[in-house]
Write a protein that binds this ligand. Sequence first.
Ligand code: 4NP
Length: 157
Amino acid sequence: MIRILFVCLGNICRSPTAQGVFEHLVSERGLAKAITCASAGIIGTHTGELPDPRTRQHAKLRGYDLRSQARQFHAPEDFSTFDLVLGMDDANLRDLRALDPREEYRSKIRKFTDFCVALRTSEVPDPYYGGPEGFELVLDIVEDASLGLLQHLQSQR
Ligand code: 4NP
């Protein structure tokens, strides 16, 4: 089983979107027994909450039903449990690396956008304080990076 953890700041917008979109893709390709994923936030402020209503609404329009409950990332357990820990932006990567003081898990920490295939972007921008277009952009980037991530995992098997 390959285990993927998506991480953003609050775990109510970007990483739950990544979890829902990637899970949908994995199950559509019949790979649910081989690949599993989850999501977590750098901060614990929203622990127990469903994804932001705007995130859920925009995802629903593309056929994704997001129902994960927010939780905070915990080192070192999450680093040892998951094979890849994928941050959404540069700040997430800095925060994750700071939680790995001995650099033991450095190779597991990657940026999700490294796996983009069609889009050229270096971050999934935080949509929390912006308008609806930000939530659509998150979905566009996440769909593209999910395809690339799945290709990457399949090429490694
Ligand atoms: P996310 O968006 O990191 O994509 O879940 C945010 C959600 C909440 C906050 C920041 C970003 N917040 O500061 O509460």
